[in-house]
Structures are given as C-alpha cells and as structure tokens.
Design a protein around this ligand. Structure first.
Ligand code: SF4
Length: 694
C-alpha cells in the first residue's frame, strides 16, 4: 500500500553475488520494507535475506560517531559491548579521528602499512581503497575477501581462458540442456539463481549435482554425485578420461580454439573410472554415464562454488572444469559456459576495481611498467612497487614477523573470517595502529585504535557488479545514523590527510576516473546506469545492454586460444588420523551472511536461525551418545569450540558441516590456513577434526 511509505528508491540487495534489484520503501527516513524489481538477474524475485534482512540498517548497535581508543582502555581484543563501548573508546570529532587515523598510518608508512578492503563496498570505494594503498604507501599490500572465496577459480580462468569473470550469465541456463553444479549449494547460497536452475529441470534439463554434502538441489537433479571430500580432481579427470576414451570430445572446437590438448589427453590416460572410483567414491558406471550425458549435450553449463575453490588444490579443481568445458566445446554459445558463482554482492566488482595485490583495475598486472604508468599518469603521482603485494593471510603472517605494523580495514572482519582466527587475532593485537571503518563494532574493531562510522548499502550511492558481470546502480534511500558518513567520503578525507590531494566530490567522479583505465567499462557511464540500473560488461555500444555470453570466437590469450592445463591429484593438507578422525567442512546457511554482523541483527533472519549449530549424520550422533539439540565439542589442531548438534542426513557419517556466521562458536578457530599455491586461498573446506560429546 503506497500509504505505508513516502518514498521508493531502487537499489541492489547487499548480500549475495546474484545482485537482485530491489525497491526500498521508505517512511520517515527508515526502510519499512523491500520488494524485488525487474533486474536482469532476478526479474522481481528475492530470497528471504533480500526481502527481510534489512532492519540491521536501523539497529541501535550502529556506530554513529568516530571513536578513538582511550589511553586507559583494557587490552585490545576484549569484546567491546555495543552498550558499553565507553570503557574502551571515547567519542571524537571527524577531524580529530581522521587526523589521528592518518597520522598513525603515515608515521609507520611504506610497506609497514597494509589495507584490507571489502566486497561489501561499492566499485568506487574499492577503487579508492586500492589507489590509497598504492599511491599513498607505494606498494601493493592490499587485498579483500576474494582471497577467501574464488581466488583459485580466478587464477585458473586467467591462466586458461584469459579472463577471470564468468563466460555466461547464470540466466543462460534457460538455453542449456545439461548443467553441472559442483561444490555449490545455490538453494541456500544463491537462492534466486537456484530458481532458474529449478525451472531448467522442469523444462527437462538434466542437472548433474556434485557435492560431498547432500543438498536440496538433489531433488531436482538427474545425477547426484556425493563424492568423497577433496577428491574433485580424481572424479573430474575420470569423467574426462571417458570423454577421450569414447571420442566424445569436440575435435573441431579443440583444433580451432585451444592449445595443449595432446598433453591433456596423455595426462588423462591414467585416470580410468575404475581406478578413480576407489578414490572419489563414485562408481565407474556413474562416472561414465555423467561423461556421456555432459558430452552429449547440445548446450551445457558448469557452475561452481567454494566447495571447488577453497582447497589447497582449488586451482586444479577449476582447471579440470575449464578443460571439461573446452574439450566438449561448451563455451561461447547460448546455453554454454563457465560460471563460478560469486559469493558477496560485490566481490566481482571489487576485484575488477583492483582490490587485489597482484592486479590493478581490470586485472592489469602491477608488474607491467606500462600499466603502472597509465595509472600514475591519471593519478598524477609517483611510480609504486612493481612487486605483487601480500595476500590477506600473508599480511597476517607479516604482522607476526614485525614487517607490518599498521592496517586500514574497511568493511572486512578478519578476526572472524581469516582461517585460524587465533593467529589473525594475535596479529591484530600486535598492530601499532589499526584503523577500522565499519557500521558496527565488529570483532576486528575490538582491536582498533580508531573506528570510523560508515554507511550501510541503503545509505549510499555507488555501483556494484554481480556474478553475471552486470554493473548495477545502488542508490541512497535513507540518511546514515548520527555522524556516520558514506565510505567514499571517509576515504577521500583520509587520503587528503595522507597528502594525496584527492578532490572527488561524488562517486560519479570516481567512476569517471575508473573508466580511463578500465576497458571493461567502455560504453558504461554513470548516467546510463542511472537510467538503466544495469549494464552487462562488455557492452559493445552506448545502447548495447551488454554481452551475456563471451568468447564466441576465441579467447583473450595468445593466438586467441584457450589452454588445457592438466591437473594431478593432491591430497588435502590436514588429513584425518587416529586423533582427529573426521572431516570438518564449513559454509553458509540461507539465513545468515558471512560473519553474521548484519544478518544476526536482522529480526526475521535471526529469529529463523538464532543459534550456532553444526550438522552431523544420525549414525554419528548415535555413536557419540548425543541427541540433536545437545552440545558437542569440535577440536582441530588449531583450536576447539562447543556447539549445538543438528541431525542431518545430507552429511556423510565421517563429516561435520559447520556454518561460519556465529561468533560464539567461530568456525575459523578450527579451519586450516594452508593455501592453494596459485590462488593463495585457504583450505576452508577440509580439516581433520575430533568430535566429542560435552
Ligand atoms: Fe539478495 Fe542473493 Fe537473495 Fe538475491 S538471492 S535477494 S541478491 S541474498
């Protein structure tokens, strides 16, 4: 009823990478409710998070004033109660807080300072953040949560197809007749995308689900391969072995568009389904059937998530998926393509904007002199380091080594999100100067020297880019609370105090600068996005809504050819033994978002899932003598937590599934920081664990 609101503002859901367009209904400067509108990715649909997960915006825990740590504050890291923060911090004016933040970072200077940005921020904020570290401190020690998400997928895609983004939008599944969904759980994690998957199966499309954990998508699948955790490469290589053995591959496509096929073919010889069945736990006949089904498709897509990427062999897992698509010619056509489902709402855009230690915007290498000078010409500044910077986990190691002493954290929560969080928390406590910019006193802010109160998505304007490469316009609908300010404004004011002379007056100014060195934004302007809400990149003309499918005629690699990179079996880093006999895997739940700072402050979402929980098979519970609802203790080589057990037949008897949104039973106390050598992504999906009754 329009009487319920006095303003409607169109924006983008702040949660997952689907990027649903929404209409915020506002009354008295408060968001009253949210409706889905006709965006290219959602066509009016929303999931429970997008529809009901907005009241955190007006939560009374919101930061409303800049805060500086008191000289007599208790030790860093103690939990700061939002109702009793005065014991730890004192209020400051913006000028005082910004001067203090800048002075502390400047005094340390150079490679002693690192930056953690966020995929929750807009493209403009991500661009400014990486620029500040590079221009202000002369190096590339800047990263964000893509490192914990799809870094290995991007490494494999860059290596083998020449671009880290998806080759086709997920909506293209409507033109496919076969699809693989591996290591992803879209009904919980990309719920609106999952509605397109379900429609596809209702039309007769064959959906092959591959996951060590059962899931709701199983009901819609033609094949459900519940393989042993960590054995992706053996299973995928066996499927490709069958395609080679039975000559089901697309010879013409391979000859026209790829390289290194002979090496791949040779490599696959050893991976017979019979041999690999013993490794991955899927019988040989099923592997053959899946190979024939996929290779026999007219158009097929492959979707994957963190079940593929968060392994020490995450890049190898993705290499296999890319090879499977290439050998069957399933790229660059309607209904065909490779699609790593992006996690956070702007992880694609923040990565595109250069918020990573090895690339400037548009994945241009920091090691290339011409690339750096193109940016410093625009920035009117000195050259900066030609060495790749440190990643999220390497930055924490460098703090322990005494090399990094100052940090600027914008919207990220490494005290919850890093693997082996005790190691990360000890690092945060060691810092001489920590600047945290956020909307709540997060677990990371417990360690801050200064906290800068920032804005929620509904309080700021800026562009974000979803999993489909759709650049979309987010708009401010309500005012930030108290003296909280838009993130871009805070960054600009901080940069001025670092002596960088920034003079932006709006996010539109920043976007205009980004376009100077980002060919992906050609034909996409701020005004166009204001008018159209979304444009997919690449857009070939000022009126082209953008290309849903890319690489119809070759790849952005030497000679236009994609590459087969053979992958061998690498065992997980932390394998079960007599002391830690089970396998721990972590992930998200439908109702909660990442470290929970927003969704656990949303009344409906927290009401639906109020308590930390882990999932165990009924036979495991029986063996432990535990009834669902009682507590269990989970212990790995890194730490221990107690948590309520749930009965769940979707996990196998040797597995525990643990959501990571709950601070009172933080999953990452347990997880393993060992990383994939290419993408540097930690192995969140596999740790040896001991489970005991409490
Ligand atoms: Fe938001 Fe993702 Fe749900 Fe869409 S599917 S409403 S983007 S959380």
């Amino acid at each position: 009823d329009s009487a319920d609101f006095d303003r409607e503002v169109e924006s983008i859901c702040p949660f997952c990478g689907v990027g649903c367009q929404i209409s915020l209904k506002v009354k008295d400067d408060k968001v009253k409710y949210v409706e889905g509108i006709n965006g290219p990715a959602n066509e009016g649909r929303l999931c429970v998070k997008g529809r009901f997960g907005f009241d955190y915006i007006h939560h009374d825990h919101r930061l409303t004033k800049p805060l500086i740590r008191r000289d007599d504050a208790p030790a860093k890291g103690l939990n700061v109660d939002p109702a009793n923060w005065q014991e730890f911090f004192r209020e400051a004016t913006w000028d005082e807080a910004l001067d203090f933040a800048a002075k502390g970072l400047k005094n340390i200077g150079g490679t002693g300072v690192a930056g953690f940005g966020s995929a929750k921020c807009t493209n403009e904020e991500a661009y400014l953040f990486q620029k500040m570290i590079r221009q202000g401190f002369g190096h590339n020690n800047v990263d964000h949560c893509t490192r914990l998400c799809h870094a290995s997928s991007v490494a494999a895609l860059m290596e083998n197809v020449g671009s880290g983004a998806v080759t086709a939008t997920f909506n293209e599944i409507e033109n496919a007749d076969v699809a693989i969904a591996i290591g992803c759980n879209p009904i919980e994690n990309h719920p609106v995308a999952a509605t397109y998957f379900k429609q596809f199966t209702k039309r007769g499309g064959k959906l092959i689900v591959m996951d060590p954990r059962g899931q709701a998508l199983k009901r819609f699948s033609s094949h459900m391969l519940q393989f042993r955790p960590g054995t992706d490469v053996s299973m995928l290589n066996a499927i490709m072995h069958v395609i080679v053995e039975e000559e089901l591959y697309d010879k013409q496509y391979i000859e026209a568009y790829t390289e290194n096929w002979e090496a791949e073919k040779e490599h696959l010889k050893d991976f017979t389904p019979e041999k690999m069945a013993e490794v991955c736990g899927i019988d040989a006949e099923t592997l053959r059937d899946v190979a024939r089904t996929f290779a026999g498709a007219n158009a097929a897509m492959i979707f994957w998530g963190m079940g593929v990427s968060q392994h020490i062999h995450g890049t190898d897992n993705s290499r296999c998926l890319i090879s499977l698509a290439l050998m069957t010619g399933q790229v660059g056509r309607a209904g065909a393509g490779l699609h790593p489902l992006r996690g956070q709402n702007n992880v694609q855009g923040a990565s595109d904007a250069g918020l990573v230690p090895m690339f400037l915007p548009d994945y241009q290498s920091v090691m290339n002199d011409g690339v750096r000078s193109a940016f410093t010409d625009v920035w009117k500044s000195e050259d900066f380091s030609n060495q790749k910077g440190l990643t999220v986990t390497e930055i924490m190691d460098a703090v322990h080594d005494g090399d990094i002493k100052g940090m600027y954290v914008l919207g990220e929560n490494p005290a919850m999100s890093d693997p082996d969080v005790e190691h990360a928390r000890d690092a945060l406590a060691k810092l001489e100067h920590l600047v945290v910019q956020d909307i709540f006193i997060t677990e990371t802010a417990n360690y801050a020297d200064v906290i800068l109160p920032a804005s929620a998505f509904a309080e700021k304007s800026g562009t974000v880019t979803n999993t489909n490469r759709q650049v979309q316009m987010g708009r401010a609908a309500v005012s930030p609370p108290g003296e909280a300010r838009e993130d871009w404004w805070i960054e600009v004011e901080l940069a001025k105090r670092l002596g960088l002379g920034w003079e932006y007056t709006s996010p539109a100014d920043v976007f205009a600068e980004m376009k100077l060195n980002m060919r992906s934004l050609d034909n996409i302007t701020w005004d166009r996005l204001e008018d159209e809400n979304a444009v997919t990149y690449p857009s070939l003309s000022p009126t082209d809504p953008g290309q849903a499918i890319v690489f119809a005629d070759g790849f952005p690699r030497p000679d236009g050819r994609a590459r087969f990179t053979p992958a061998s079996i690498i065992a997980p880093d932390d394998v079960p033994d007599a002391e830690y006999p089970m396998i721990l895997t972590t992930g998200r739940q439908l109702e909660h978002w990442h470290t929970g700072s927003m969704t656990r402050r949303s009344t409906v979402l927290d009401g639906l899932e109020p308590e930390a929980n882990c999932s165990l098979h009924p036979s495991t519970l029986r063996k432990l003598g535990v009834v669902a609802g009682e507590a269990v203790r989970l212990t790995t080589k890194r730490g221990s937590i107690e948590i309520m057990a749930r009965e769940d037949r979707a996990v196998s008897p040797d597995m525990v599934f643990l959501p990571f949104a709950y601070v009172e039973a933080a999953a990452n106390i347990l997880t393993n920081p060992a990383v994939d050598p290419y993408g540097k992504i930690p192995e969140f999906k596999f740790s040896a664990v001991k489970v005991e009754a409490v």
